[in-house]
Design a protein around this ligand. Structure first.
Ligand code: GCB
Length: 888
């Protein structure tokens, strides 16, 4: 192999006699699909006319994974005809699939063209010897998303959508071409062995495949081209490649003076065009590949964190899963791109592509937008000794690295997430010590693969903070270069400040460990709002407090190299229950990509451009009770997220004063009038005014209910909860619960149900309702629920759901209740003394975790109001929600 650096002038005279002969076309359209295993479906002659016609990206779980507890996990088949004309007669032909979950077998005209294990990386099959040209060619793909214990992810908090869920391509090249059979990569690998602001060199490696019948002398020409199209460097290499063999090449450019550096503020990209030519006077162009190149260097330090191009940079952003409700994981590329744009608009400079490699357009966008990347393979929660599992983890790691090697945005490769969690549970049955040791041993193996594949980037794994001792003692945490901590203090455990104290202790005890925060987050459900938010209530207000605390704690610790919020977007998680069953709602954006308020908190911290945001964007229909009879306003807080120094808030045109913004936040106690409340927040920067406006419609409820005017009086209560629940479909509001006081409404007796000291309600799914949270919280042991309403005829809605055995706490278990001395709740309910539910036993009559709404029409007479009374027969009396509505 001879390599030479060509001077610019010489290079520009290259006289190519013909253009590149490579072609790449999508084959996404018009597949036939069936969601079952069918024998003979791989054959070319097969009647698939009854199958559904689909375009890919496609998943068979787009609907069921969001609606059913058990979504389909099994086999699906796809078939498609591809017509190949004579133009392909002399070509090498490949099928390239960007992803199929979780394993696939590809057949062309009935012959097995390739198999692939691992659901998140691309793979390529050489189909040249199997095709009919000219003519019809049948491609059949068997995809399987069954729960395979031998394939990662064995488990995980995300939905395992099955299908051909990313793009597929037909690629044709000359017989002489850059190798396409290298772990799904494009076959060219680019590094910058030397780079600083003054100068840089570029190294280009690759392999040429000669499928022709003749030995060839070839020349590889690589050009480095800037954004204006100017070639700033070039290098050529000549080599001899024998027929049927490979030839490797490696090129190093001459010194490039003053390269423009790549960074989040200025993600400047060069293009490296690598061309394969015949080595003669009138060169023939055989193949050409373009890759992006960014000049940048970076390092991590245990005390001062991350440095990019010699300057400190706090990595801050979010993790990202890849689904959209109704589409599953079969997103189009515009939607993938949109997600990365949202991260950039938030001011994020960092993404953890979790827990698996994602669509190629994601990393492409990170290069273009200037977002630094941690990318990882999907081994999470559980590991055990299994040859197929280990081999797939290794191949997925190599695929991820080789497919993404050239992206300047990528700085970290990860290979495990919270690996001790499930592993330890599994080990109870076997030998715990042994399993942990084999996990550590495998982590070492994967870590060394990262470093042998890529000398320039660091390795990582994410650890659950709760398993700290185990990771430290077993030596697991000493294996990767960087440790990611998943920390949920203030959500699953402890209080917010335990996050900072955990990190400080960790840093003091292990001062050489480089730490990132790989996960932190709190659930946020736009239907739940609270004036007294508390841990694990899923209210938007608790999510706000959680992030306000974390972002401050992260920024005040220079040794924390960076942090990724869990998660950028609410995502599908088939096994999760909580307030939105099958959705993990810790996103900064809802699953439909509408921002939650906390998105603007991060904007206020991260953006340099002016930010002013009135929070409560998803709480614009509010209700409140007069503090005293006759009040014309009700006071509730209004929060502003901003990066301006001071902000003035106006309510319906009247100034409520100016407040200083502290750490991105300011809160006003705002007087709300009945009806429309138009808030305008204004702030100044450099003489310019910045403002935000939000209209909130408010209903004032009278302190004395019998003063309620009109016949349309309605009052709903989210019994046993600190939260307002607002039904998004009809805007019906259920107020937080309160103790009864004369003239008003509320409970008498009983207690709020808590599944643990810090978790109000339970988190199990309740069937037969869309308003799950309303049925997850309740008061038990109560004797009455009272409303001192005016005389009239009322509809009284009572809502019950017996939790039986919940995910977290047993009130009683119907199946074992007798032997444990527990009793299913049974009680009598009467309204104003008239029995309405006798020997009411929800668990026995309707089953546990079912929503049971009951409506009764009652009269309130002689100023006695409405009293719903509960009389215990067995277990506990309880009530989940109550609504009264005046009829006449
Ligand atoms: C974790 C996991 C992640 C979960 C997250 C959560 O630690 O790594 O997969 O989704 O917690 O929300 O509980």
């Amino acid at each position: 192999m001879r390599s030479k650096i060509v001077l610019l002038s010489a290079l520009l005279v290259s006289t190519l006699c013909c253009f590149s002969q490579r072609s790449k076309e999508s084959i996404n359209e018009s597949w036939r699909f069936i969601r079952e295993d069918v024998s003979g479906a791989e054959q070319s002659i097969f009647n698939d006319s009854s199958w559904t016609k689909v375009n890919i990206p496609h998943t068979w779980n787009a609907t069921d994974a969001y609606t059913l507890k058990q979504y389909y996990r099994g086999v699906g088949w796809y078939r498609k005809d591809v017509y190949l004309t004579n133009k392909y007669a002399t070509k090498q032909l490949f099928l390239n699939f960007e992803g199929a979950f979780v394993k696939a077998a590809i057949y062309v005209n009935g012959k097995l063209a390739g198999e692939h294990k691992g659901g998140f990386t691309a793979f390529t099959c050489d189909i040249s010897t199997m095709v009919t040209i000219p003519g019809k060619n049948v491609i059949a793909v068997k995809v399987d998303n069954s729960g395979h214990l031998q394939l990662p992810p064995i488990s995980g908090d995300y939905t395992m959508f099955g299908g051909l869920y990313r793009d597929a391509y037909l690629v044709s090249t000359e017989r002489l071409h850059f190798d396409q059979m290298n772990y799904g990569s494009n076959g060219i690998f680019i590094e910058t062995p030397q780079v600083n602001e003054k100068s840089a060199t570029v190294k280009i490696k690759g392999t040429i495949r000669n499928e022709s019948a003749e030995n060839k002398n070839v020349c590889v020409l690589s050009k480095i081209i800037d954004e204006s199209g100017k070639t700033i460097a070039a290098v050529t290499t000549t080599l001899h490649v024998r027929a049927g063999a490979n030839g490797n090449f490696q090129q190093v450019s001459g010194t490039i003076a003053s390269p423009r550096l790549w960074s989040p503020e200025s993600p400047y990209l060069y293009t490296v065009t690598t061309t394969l030519l015949s080595d003669d006077k009138k060169p023939v162009e055989y193949d050409e590949i373009n890759n992006s190149l960014g000049f940048r260097w970076c390092s991590f330090h245990p005390d001062s964190g991350f440095r990019l191009n010699g300057k400190s940079l706090k990595l801050i952003g979010a993790s990202r899963h890849q689904d959209y409700m109704g589409l599953g994981n079969a997103l189009d590329n515009d939607l993938h791109r949109h997600d990365m744009e949202m991260l950039k608009k938030m001011g994020g400079n960092f993404v953890r592509i979790s827990h698996y490699p994602q669509d190629p357009t994601i990393v492409e966008m990170c290069d273009k937008l200037g977002i630094l990347v941690w990318e990882e393979t999907p081994l999470g929660n559980t590991f055990y000794e299994n040859a197929e599992l280990k081999a797939t983890c290794v191949s997925s790691l190599k695929e991820m690295i080789r497919q993404n090697f050239n992206h300047p945005s990528i700085i970290i490769w990860g290979y495990m997430n919270e690996i001790a969690l499930g592993t330890v549970k599994m080990a109870d049955k076997i030998n715990q010590q042994e399993v942990i040791e084999s996990t550590a041993q495998f982590a070492r193996e994967l870590d060394s693969i990262v470093h042998s594949e890529d000398h320039n980037r660091v390795s990582t794994m994410a650890l659950n903070s709760g398993g700290r001792d185990l990771y430290q003692k077993s030596g697991i945490s000493a294996i990767p270069n960087v440790i990611g901590w998943n920390n949920y203090a203030g959500w699953y455990t402890g209080s917010f400040d335990k996050f900072g104290s955990f990190m400080d202790k960790e840093h003091a005890e292990y001062p050489k460990i480089i730490s990132l925060i790989s996960e932190f987050g709190a659930g946020g459900d736009g239907r739940l709002h609270s004036l007294k938010p508390e841990q694990f209530d899923f209210s938007i207000e608790w999510q706000q407090l959680y992030h306000e605390s974390y972002v401050d704690q992260i920024f005040s610790r220079p040794y924390i190299a960076g942090a990724a919020v869990w998660n950028l977007i609410d995502f599908g998680s088939g096994g999760r229950q909580e307030s939105m069953p099958r959705i993990n709602n810790k996103g900064l954006l809802y699953n439909n990509r509408i921002p939650k308020d906390v998105y603007s908190l991060y904007q206020a911290w991260l953006l340099k451009t002016p930010v002013i945001h009135i929070a409560s964007r998803d709480w614009t229909i509010r209700t409140g009770i007069q503090a005293s009879a006759g009040d014309t306003t009700v006071t509730q807080p209004i929060k502003i997220y901003s990066n301006l120094d001071n902000v003035e808030l106006f309510a319906n045109g009247t100034s409520l004063g100016t407040q200083k913004i502290v750490k991105g936040v300011s809160v006003w106690n705002a007087p709300f009038v009945d009806g429309k409340n138009l808030f305008i927040a204004k702030g100044l920067r450099d003489g310019a005014v910045y403002e935000d406006a939000l209209r909130i419609d408010f209903e004032i409820l009278p302190a004395l209910l019998n003063r309620a005017k009109g016949k349309s009086f309605t009052l709903g209560v989210n019994v046993g909860s600190n939260c307002f629940f607002i039904d998004p479909i009809n805007s019906t509001t259920w107020l937080p619960d309160q103790a009864y006081t004369r003239g008003s409404f509320g409970y008498v007796g009983g207690e709020v149900f808590r599944s643990t000291e810090k978790r109000i309600g339970h988190q199990s799914e309740v069937a037969q309702t869309r308003n799950v949270p309303l049925y997850q919280t309740f008061r038990y042991g109560l004797t009455d629920y009272k409303f001192d309403v005016a005389d009239g005829e009322y509809e009284v809605e009572l809502h019950f759901s017996d939790p039986g055995t919940t995910a977290t706490k047993t009130i009683y278990d119907v199946s074992t209740s007798e032997e444990k001395g527990q009793e299913a709740s049974e009680f009598n309910v009467s309204i104003n003394g008239v029995p309405c539910l006798e020997n009411f036993c929800p668990a026995a009559q309707y089953g546990v975790l079912s929503a049971i709404p009951k409506t009764f029409v009652v009269q309130s007479k002689d100023l006695r109001g409405i009293t719903v009374s509960f009389e215990r027969e067995a277990g506990y009396t309880f009530l989940n929600a109550i609504k009264i509505r005046r009829l006449n």
